[in-house]
Design a protein around this ligand. Structure first.
Ligand SMILES: [Zn+2]
Length: 286
């Protein structure tokens, strides 16, 4: 049984020397000894399932067909993930969604996940809760395992054994069109690895939340970013000044992303992985 608590808190004041950042050891075939290794599997668009030991967190990973430029997981893969039967990934403790757009979130799958276990927890904006609620038949029993993130520019913490999650407002890209869409950024600590997932956003909208999360004074191991934050040479300083991650994971990549563009990203950032093949698995070690 997990003890879950929701605390609205101000900036974490613990300091760490950011000059100690280096590279993570990254492999696509694991060593025989995977102790201390962080695993990541790509579940389409910005979807990743992360696991350390038997602690598993999925972010934007349960979604359905939305439109042609978006990779999405087939139902069999979703069922395996929900049951903890996908490759060597175990059951998911937390399912996080950055926002309600269909290339990031499926109310149907969120409901299936909540129904799969009494120890399944979903975190996301309250907007997403409304969508899930409309699909719920047994809302009362499950809503206690659905944690809405207040959209108030403060960091909100969720803790369970071996997993620490901080969630914060990080507005959706193109506010003119999407100003009503609440987008949440997540900082997940899994087995001592700090992983940031920002959802659909832009650098200008990321600055404040990242400062509130005090990312620069924590050592960020992995930054999971939409690819459009990485397309220009000026983005190098944005990445370094705001996040300084040991490793970058580029996501939201359309299936027709050209070889030339892929090469350009790899040349611009030496510590980058482009997620393009559904189900591809990556192993990281400090
Ligand atoms: Zn979106």
């Amino acid at each position: 049984m997990y003890s879950i608590c929701l605390i609205a808190c101000q900036t974490n004041t613990s300091k760490q020397d950011s000059s100690t950042t280096g590279y993570l050891k990254h492999q696509t075939v694991p060593d025989s000894d995977t102790e201390n290794t962080l695993k990541l599997v790509y579940t389409g668009n910005m979807g990743v399932c992360l696991e350390y030991d038997d602690k598993t967190v999925i972010i934007d990973g349960l979604h359905e067909y939305y439109d042609k430029p978006y990779v999405y997981p087939p139902e069999t893969m979703v069922n395996q993930l929900i049951k903890g039967e996908f490759k060597d990934f175990s059951k998911i403790e937390f399912c996080l969604f950055t926002h309600l757009h269909g290339d990031h979130f499926s109310g149907k799958y969120a409901k299936q996940y909540l129904e799969s276990s009494d120890e399944a927890y979903v975190i996301g904006s309250s907007q997403l809760m409304k969508d899930v609620v409309t699909l719920h038949t047994k809302l009362d029993s499950m809503s206690s395992r659905f944690f809405p993130v207040p959209y108030n520019k403060k960091a909100h913490s969720f803790n369970a054994t071996g997993i620490k999650i901080e969630a914060i407002q990080c507005d959706h890209t193109n506010p003119k069109r999407h100003n009503k869409t609440e987008n949440i950024a997540y900082l997940v600590n899994l087995g001592g690895y700090n992983i940031l997932h920002v959802g659909d956003t832009d650098w200008s909208l990321t600055r404040e939340p990242v400062k509130t999360l005090d990312i620069k004074n924590k050592t960020l191991d992995i930054a999971i970013l939409p690819y459009w934050l990485l397309l220009d040479d000026s983005d190098i300083s944005q990445v370094n000044d705001l996040l300084a991650p040991k490793h970058i994971i580029a996501t939201h990549i359309p299936p027709d992303f050209s070889k030339r563009d892929q090469k350009e990203l790899r040349e611009r950032f030496s510590n980058i992985t482009l997620l393009m093949q559904l189900g591809e698995v990556h192993y990281f070690e400090k």
